[in-house]
Ligand binder design. Structure first.
Ligand code: GAP
Length: 544
C-alpha cells in the first residue's frame, strides 16, 4: 500500500535517519530540515543520477558550480529585485499577514488578474481576513522573497554592502555564458548544468521538504538558435519525464501540465510543469520553460543596462553575424525529487492478520481517542484539527486491521500527540505493527542509500564475523555502498534494511565456511539464492 499521508513519510524519514527537523535541540526553525546518514546518501544518489544523465550521457552539455553570493546587479537586471515578490496584506483588526493573492483566490474562487484587482476587492470590502473574518485589510504590498545579507566586515547602514542569497541557480549560468563559450569552444546548441543551494523567504513553506526556505536546485540552461527553440523545448520535456520513469517512478504518478498564459513568468514563452502525485495532491516537481533570449539580453550592455561590461552573444558562422541564443530551462528541485522518489517507493502492507481480540482492543482505543478529541475545548484545539483527527481515527477504526499501516503513519502527528490516550493507541499499534506489517522502500537500486547489507548468522562466531567483514570491505571497494550489521536476529535485520530500501542482503552462515558461498536475499521478491563469494561483486553489480 503506498503512503496515504505525508506523515507516514515524515515518520519513516525521522525514525530511520533520512531527514531530521533542523536545530531540534533549540526547538527547531520552522520548515528547515537536515538530511541524516541515509537521507544524504539518497539525495546524493538523486543528484548523481541527474548529473550522469544530463552531463555525462550527452555530448552537448557542460557542468558549472557558480558562487551563491553574486554581484547585486545580477539580481537588479534579472528582474528579481523588482518582481520576485508575493503580495501581502495586513489585517488591521487581528494583525495577521496573509498572502493577498491566496485570500482573493480562496474567497473569489479564481486567481486574481493582477495586484490592482486584489486592491479593488480589498477597498470594496469584498475580502475578509482568513483568521478573524474582518474586512479591514491594508492594500496588498509586495514582499520580496530574496534573503539579504551584508558583504564585508562593516554594516554601513546603507545598501553599499548589500548582497542576496541566490533565489535560483540559473543566473550563475547566464552570467557565465561567455566564459563557457570561450573556454569550451562550444557550438550551438549546447547547455550548462548546475546543482546548488537556493534560498527563498517563502511565506508559506510546508509539506515537509516540498517547500522550504533553503533548498537545492538542479538546473539546466540549454542555448539554441532562435527558431530551433520549440523543438528543443519539447525534446527536453520528453527527456526529463523519461528520467523520472527510468529511475522507477510510476508513470501514473507523473504528469505534464502546460502553464496557462496568466501563469507564465514574464520571461517565458511556454512552460510545462512536471507534476508528481504527492500524498497531498498533484504538485510541481520540475518546471521546463522556454526563457527566450530574455536573460542573455538582460545581462548585456545596452541603454537599459549601462552596468554590464559587454554583450552575451554568439557568433553564428553560417550567418556570419552575432546572434543572441534562446534558452530552454529544465529546472528541478533536488529535495522535491528526493521526496517524490521516497513517496513513490513507500510500500507498507499487512503481512499477517493479528488475532481478532487484539484488533478489537486497538479499535476501541482508537475510538476512545476520537471521543477525547471531539470533547476538546475549541480554545485548546482548532476545530479544523479536531475534525481532521476524528475523521482519520473513525476511518482507521472501521478498516482495522487493514488500516494498521495508516495508523502507524499517524504515530508522530503532533496534534494527535497532544491527546493523552494517543500514547496508548500508539503503543498498541506499534506492537501489532512490529509483528504483522512490513514496510519496504522499493527504491531503484541506483538510488538506494545502501546497496548491500552483510550479516553474519551469529555475531559471537569469529569465523562468520571475519568472513562477513571481508565481504563488506571487498564490495565497498568494488564501488557498492555496503554496510555490515550484526545487531539483531537475521529476520529483524532484513526488516530494517527493507524499510530503508536496501535491495540486497547477504547472510554468511556455517555453509559459507565450507563451500565459500553466501545467501543473497532480494528485497522485492524476498527470494534467496546461494552465490559464490568470489562472484558476489560481478553478480550484484550486474543487478545494479
Ligand atoms: N530558474 C527557474 C526557477 O527557479 P522555479 O519553478 O521557481 O523555477 C524550480 O523553481 C524548481 O525548484 C521547482 O520546480 C522546485 O522543484 C524547486 N523549488 C522551488 N522553490 C522551492 C522551495 N521553496 N522549496 C523546495 N524546492 C523548491
Amino acid at each position: 500500500m503506498p503512503a496515504s499521508s505525508l506523515e507516514q513519510i515524515v515518520s519513516l524519514a525521522k525514525r530511520r535517519g533520512f531527514v531530521f527537523p533542523s536545530s531540534a535541540v533549540y526547538g527547531g526553525l520552522g520548515s528547515t530540515w537536515d538530511y541524516g546518514p541515509l537521507g544524504v546518501e539518497l539525495k546524493n544518489n538523486v543528484k548523481r543520477a541527474w548529473w550522469r544523465s544530463v552531463v555525462y550521457d550527452r555530448d552537448d552539455m557542460e557542468g558549472l558550480d557558480a558562487a551563491i553570493l553574486m554581484n547585486r546587479l545580477v539580481w537588479k537586471y534579472s528582474g528579481h529585485e523588482a518582481t520576485f515578490s508575493d503580495p501581502m496584506t495586513d489585517c488591521r483588526s487581528c494583525k495577521a499577514r496573509p498572502r493577498a493573492d491566496h485570500v482573493f483566490a480562496a474567497q473569489k474562487g479564481r486567481d486574481p488578474i493582477n495586484v490592482a484587482e486584489i486592491n479593488a476587492a480589498i477597498e470594496a470590502k469584498e475580502l475578509k481576513c482568513p483568521k478573524c473574518g474582518a474586512t479591514d485589510l491594508t492594500p496588498a504590498r509586495p514582499f520580496n522573497l530574496m534573503f539579504k545579507t551584508t558583504v564585508g566586515p562593516v554594516d554601513t547602514g546603507d545598501d553599499s554592502g548589500l548582497a542576496y542569497l541566490r533565489p535560483e541557480t540559473a543566473q550563475g549560468i547566464f552570467v557565465n555564458f561567455g566564459n563557457i563559450l570561450d573556454t569550451m569552444r562550444r557550438k550551438l546548441p549546447f547547455g550548462v548544468a548546475q546543482i546548488g543551494k537556493a534560498f527563498r523567504n517563502e511565506i508559506t513553506p510546508g509539506n515537509f521538504t516540498f517547500r522550504t526556505r533553503e533548498f537545492e536546485q538542479m538546473e539546466i540552461e540549454y542555448f539554441v538558435k532562435p527558431g530551433e527553440d520549440e523543438a528543443a523545448h519539447q525534446s527536453w520535456i520528453d527527456a526529463r519525464t523519461q528520467w523520472y520513469v527510468d529511475l522507477g517512478m510510476r508513470r501514473e504518478n507523473l504528469r505534464q501540465r502546460e502553464q496557462t498564459k496568466d501563469e507564465l513568468a514574464h520571461y517565458a514563452k511556454r512552460c510545462v510543469d512536471l507534476e508528481y502525485r504527492f500524498p497531498m495532491g498533484w504538485s510541481e516537481l520540475e518546471g521546463i520553460a522556454n526563457r527566450t533570449d530574455y536573460d542573455l539580453k538582460a545581462h548585456s550592455r545596452s541603454p537599459e543596462n549601462p552596468d554590464a561590461v559587454g554583450e552575451l552573444r554568439y557568433f553564428d558562422q553560417e550567418q556570419k553575424k552575432h546572434i543572441v541564443p534562446y534558452v530552454i530551462e529544465p529546472s528541478a528541485g533536488a529535495d522535491r525529487a528526493t521526496l517524490a522518489f521516497l513517496c513513490d517507493a513507500y510500500d507498507e502492507s499487512l503481512v499477517k492478520e493479528p488475532p481478532a481480540e487484539e484488533t478489537a482492543k486497538l479499535r476501541e482505543l482508537v475510538l476512545s481517542f476520537a471521543k477525547s478529541v471531539d470533547k476538546r475545548d475549541p480554545k485548546q484545539m482548532e476545530t479544523a484539527t479536531k475534525e481532521r483527527l476524528v475523521a482519520a481515527a473513525e476511518k482507521i477504526a472501521a478498516a482495522l486491521p487493514g488500516s494498521l499501516p495508516e495508523l502507524l503513519g499517524l504515530a508522530d502527528d503532533a496534534d494527535a500527540n497532544r491527546i493523552e490516550v494517543w500514547k496508548k493507541v500508539r503503543g498498541a499499534a506499534e506492537k501489532l505493527g512490529e509483528e504483522h506489517t512490513r514496510t519496504v522502500l522499493r527504491l531503484n537500486p541506483k538510488l538506494s542509500p545502501i546497496t548491500v547489507a552483510v550479516f553474519p548468522l551469529k555475531k559471537n562466531e569469529p569465523r562468520l564475523v571475519e568472513t562477513a567483514r571481508g565481504i563488506k570491505r571487498d564490495l565497498q571497494r568494488a564501488g557498492l555502498r555496503t554496510v555490515y550489521d550484526d545487531t539483531g536476529a537475521i529476520g529483524k535485520l532484513y526488516r530494517r534494511q527493507d524499510e530503508v530500501g536496501t535491495p540486497f542482503c547477504i547472510t554468511v552462515d556455517f555453509q559459507s565456511l565450507d563451500d565459500q558461498t553466501v545467501t543473497v536475499r532480494d528485497r522485492d521478491t524476498m527470494g534467496q539464492e546461494r552465490v559464490g563469494i568470489t562472484d558476489l561483486g560481478a553478480a550484484l553489480r550486474a543487478k545494479v
